[in-house]
Design a binder for this molecule. Sequence first.
Ligand code: ADP
Ligand code: MG
Length: 242
Amino acid sequence: MISFESADKWYGDYHALQNVTAQVARGEVLVVCGPSGSGKSTLIRTVNRLEEIQKGRILFDGQDVHARNLDLNRFRSRIGFVFQSFNLFPHLSATENIMLAPVSALKRSRGEARDRALQLLARVGLANKADAYPGQLSGGQQQRVAIARALAMDPPAMLFDEPTSALDPEMVGEVLQVMKSLARDGMTMMCVTHEMGFAREVADRVWFMDEGRIVETGDPESFFTSPQSDRAQKFLSDLRAH
Ligand code: ADP
Ligand code: MG
């Protein structure tokens, strides 16, 4: 579903992604972890071309993401992206936030978009918040609306960049619960997260990044119990010490 082929990215002189070659299979749940500044956000943002690469190729569902003639808006609208800050429109209700893109980009009727939005709100456990505005919702609830908003475009894959990092601890679980249910339904997911419990329970594979490279890949059990590289060992012991 997602394929990096010798991808390199520079920010000016800074070599942020170094010769990344790796694949995410259809239906796979991938967790990307690594120290701060290792390039996780950069990597995930190249998949929907929020960041450009300067060398190599990235394919998404057979499409060359960095092709010159790509219809960027149309392409991006097909990939669900959830990040730390939820960025809901404050003047629109939860339902209206979810309806927005299907109506404007997919030309769905408002009635159809509303029905689907209500289904998705139920799916993320917020059927009773359909008319609430973002300001009336907790961080965890807003993040669940953001996930429902992404799902409304029927994306073939979902990208998550530290979706629980900005949340108070008591709200992390409800967001991870929704992500777990997506994983169980077979969604292809690329998740930057340090939630080890999530990784162990639902990830098929883990990529460990450091200094712009994928240093280590493996199934979660072996990665967390016996990381191979010194850098991964240090990262995990720091994480546990926290
Ligand atoms: P992570 O998500 O793993 O914390 P990032 O992908 O955000 O790491 O950043 C990787 C490196 O690239 C860091 O050293 C960061 O400072 C640098 N970087 C990220 N975005 C930019 C940018 N827009 N301009 C210049 N450098 C950047
Ligand atoms: Mg990041």
